[in-house]
Design a protein around this ligand. Structure first.
Ligand SMILES: [Zn+2]
Length: 85
C-alpha cells in the first residue's frame, strides 16, 4: 500500500513511525513504534493491513503489556462551567 495524497483533504502523506491509541470499550490500547502513513495537512492516519491486523490481534489476545500509563479523564462541560466560560 502506498498513498501519495490524503483521501480526506488531498494533502501530502508521509510514512512515519507513530504512537497510536485505540479506544476499546472503557479501555485504551496504546501502541508505540507503529509504522503508518500520516497526512501532513489534516493528520489523518492509515495503516497497512498487516499493521492493522497485528494491533487487532494484540487487543483480541490481550497479552501482558510492556507497561501501563495513567490516563487522566476530564469532563469538558464541567471544566468549562468551573471557568465560567
Ligand atoms: Zn489530509
Amino acid at each position: 500500500m502506498q498513498l501519495a495524497k490524503c483521501a480526506e483533504c488531498g494533502g501530502s502523506v508521509e510514512h512515519k513511525t507513530i504512537t497510536y491509541t485505540q479506544p476499546w470499550g472503557d479501555e485504551l490500547y496504546r501502541f508505540e513504534l507503529v509504522p503508518a502513513w500520516v497526512c501532513a495537512q489534516c493528520g489523518h492516519v492509515w495503516f497497512s493491513a498487516e499493521v492493522s491486523q497485528a494491533m487487532d490481534e494484540i487487543i483480541r489476545r490481550n497479552p501482558a503489556p510492556k507497561r501501563y500509563q495513567r490516563v487522566p479523564v476530564f469532563s469538558l462541560v464541567e471544566e468549562l462551567e468551573k471557568t465560567g466560560a
